[in-house]
Design a protein around this ligand. Structure first.
Ligand code: GTP
Ligand code: MG
Length: 222
């Protein structure tokens, strides 16, 4: 019974920080996306494929969160864009404070697209607003069609589901139509793209979705 008020306080403090971040992103016309998935579904791989397809002049930056290691930042830094690892030492999600610290020293006026890779977890990240314009949930075909039904919150809160590792379909029993049906049962308006970061199938659909998001963002003068 004691836990609930404390949890509410933590979440409302995070909402306050997220509102501040959202205002800063709006002021600078930054599209911020928060990528969430179970561990290993392919968030970093999707970001690698994304960064490699962008011109060096694109104003994109990445914050990548993990409990331990700089592995993902090292993978992503190869493409020449600003990348920072957030290692949070044991928390199952990123929160607004971690994003604030991660952005320290960066000139937001020089960023148009901020990609945040959350800690691999389908549960906790759904409760923490990071000031993003949209959450993107990545699910891979090795995880089972039922995941949207078992972890509904993140599918409900995500604007887009990326169904990844399509190249593995010949080797795993996975019903794409059932998975998409389950996602739409939880969130009828969820948009879906199917990708393989291995074969690059579907990456154009993901990049087109990104470009649409970029064209819709509006800088707010304050
Ligand atoms: N076959 C196949 N493997 C993939 C695909 N995408 C990612 N992988 C592999 O899946 C493993 C995990 O990929 P990551 O991109 O590290 O996944 P992640 O979601 O960033 O993982 P965490 O950050 O640890 O949560 C790696 O071995 C990737 O090479 C894909 O489309 N097809
Ligand atoms: Mg990763």
């Amino acid at each position: 019974m004691e836990r609930l008020p404390l949890e509410r306080k933590v979440l409302s403090e995070n909402d306050r920080l997220a509102a501040g971040l959202r205002a800063r992103f709006a002021e600078h016309g930054i599209l911020c996306l928060n990528l969430v998935s179970a561990p290993g579904s392919g968030k970093t791989s999707l970001l690698e494929r994304t960064l490699e397809s962008l011109a060096p002049t694109e104003r994109v930056a990445v914050l990548t969160g993990d409990i331990q290691t700089e592995n993902d930042a090292k993978r992503l830094a190869r493409y020449g864009f600003p990348v920072r690892q957030i290692t949070n030492g044991g928390t199952c999600h990123l929160d607004g404070r971690m994003i604030e610290r991660g952005l320290e020293g960066w000139d937001l006026a020089a960023i148009e697209l901020l990609l945040i890779e959350n800690v691999g977890n389908l549960v906790c990240p759904s409760s923490y607003d990071l000031g993003e314009a949209a959450k993107v949930v990545v699910m891979s075909v090795t995880e089972g069609e039922d995941k949207p039904l078992k972890y509904p919150s993140i599918f409900f809160k995500s604007k887009l589901m990326v169904l990844n590792k399509l190249d593995l379909l010949p080797y795993v029993p996975f019903d794409v139509a059932a998975a998409e049906h389950n996602a739409r049962q939880v969130h009828p308006e969820i948009e879906i793209v199917r990708t393989s970061c291995q074969t690059r199938v579907g990456l154009e659909d993901w990049l087109a979705w990104l470009r649409r998001g970029m064209s819709q963002r509006v800088a707010v003068q304050v």
